[in-house]
Ligand binder design. Structure first.
Ligand SMILES: *Cc1c(COP(=O)(O)O)cnc(C)c1O
Length: 345
């Protein structure tokens, strides 16, 4: 990462460190479509162990992992219950309609953060009336795209409801390791409340590419076939899996540093009257608004960029800082300085 620039756009910008590059260089390889790439096999075994699932499947992206979950759990025309703000609805380019051909039934969480069993229950299609789609899946995010966390108790209640209704649960856990660190629990304590789980290696865990879809043996066998259909069968993908193994061994242990950096940025934002922190960061995501008359959102974004601080432009009036392996405590201090100078404090 360039030393001058503080890149707060996303944790996807993380570059592999030297040791990870060495692991990639030294990876033992085979052909994973045939099933004999030892590095991929090891990664899939360890991911399954760490998430408490029977099996897992290495996929090129979190989006593919989510789409495979929809394709594998549902038959076309099924209805999927999920929160309106979630990645599958907002950031997967309508793939659910094209690939799994399911109907997404979005729910706006009343508490603004996460769904509850009471909100999901009435949306279940109990009647077998010919007019209704079948409820095929419940999708939850942990952490949510807004960086919020489901309390374990809420997940448990939704899980119990899902057993009663006989509808599976998929968790989009792109940042599941961040969630586990923030809740102070093992990942398995979260993943026990779902049938399938996707998590990303390419975000805070700093791998260049890849995600894992985890579930039982039958589910993963069927998802592997769907992966092939989507063109996601990769050959010497152990070269990528080696990075993933390093992520699961080493990078999960430092995520608390990113959460501390996020909290430090939140404290800096709170000291600026013209900026409004939207919620206390629980993981590595800090959301805030620019309320000043001095800068429009576009001007504020540009002013940060001129000071070598990168963010995405405001989305729906909200800015986001994302902390990660490439953001040091010196970088955090520099961001605070720049904010104070821009607002003449
Ligand atoms: C990043 C992300 C994904 C998947 O992203 P890819 O860029 O496809 O790897 C899925 N869900 C959430 C909540 C995410 O933040």
């Amino acid at each position: 990462m360039n030393n001058e620039i503080v890149d707060l756009r996303s944790d996807t910008v993380t570059l592999p460190c030297e040791e990870m590059r060495r692991a990639i260089f030294e990876a033992e390889l085979g052909d994973d479509v045939i099933g004999d790439d030892p590095s991929v096999n090891r990664l899939q075994t360890i991911a399954a162990e760490q998430t408490g699932k029977m099996a897992s499947l290495f996929v090129p992206s979190g989006t593919m992992g989510n789409q495979l979950a929809l394709m594998t759990h549902c038959k076309s025309s099924d209805e999927v219950l999920l929160s309106e703000g979630c990645h599958i609805v907002q950031h997967e380019a309508g793939g659910a309609a094209l690939l799994a051909r399911v109907q997404l039934r979005t729910i706006q969480p009343e508490n603004g953060s996460f769904l509850t069993a009471d909100e999901i229950q009435p949306r279940y299609r109990e009647s077998k009336d010919i007019h209704y789609p079948d409820t095929g899946l419940i999708c939850l995010e942990q952490a949510t795209a807004a960086g919020e966390l489901y309390p374990l108790e809420t997940l448990k209640e939704i899980f119990q409801l899902s057993r009663h209704l006989e509808v599976p649960i998929h968790i989009d856990g792109a940042r599941i390791f961040n969630a586990a660190v923030a809740l102070g629990v093992d990942v398995k304590e979260i993943s026990q409340y779902c049938d399938s789980l996707m998590f990303c290696l390419s975000k805070g865990l700093s791998s260049p590419v890849g995600s894992l879809l985890c579930g039982d043996n039958d589910f993963i066998d069927r998802a592997r076939k769907h992966r092939k259909i989507l063109g996601g069968g990769m050959r010497q993908s152990g070269i990528l899996a080696a990075a993933g193994l390093y992520s699961l061994e080493k990078m999960t242990k430092r995520l608390h540093e990113d959460h501390e950096s996020a909290q430090a940025l939140a404290r800096a934002i709170k000291k600026i009257p013209d900026l409004q922190l939207l919620s206390e960061p629980q993981i590595s995501l800090v959301f805030f608004k620019n309320c000043s008359t001095r800068f429009s959102d576009i001007e504020f974004h540009k002013a940060l960029e001129e000071n070598e601080i990168l963010t995405y432009p405001a989305e729906n009036g909200e800015f986001r800082f994302v902390t990660h392996y490439g953001v040091s405590s010196d970088d955090v201090a520099r961001v605070e300085q720049v904010l104070r100078r821009l607002f003449s404090l």
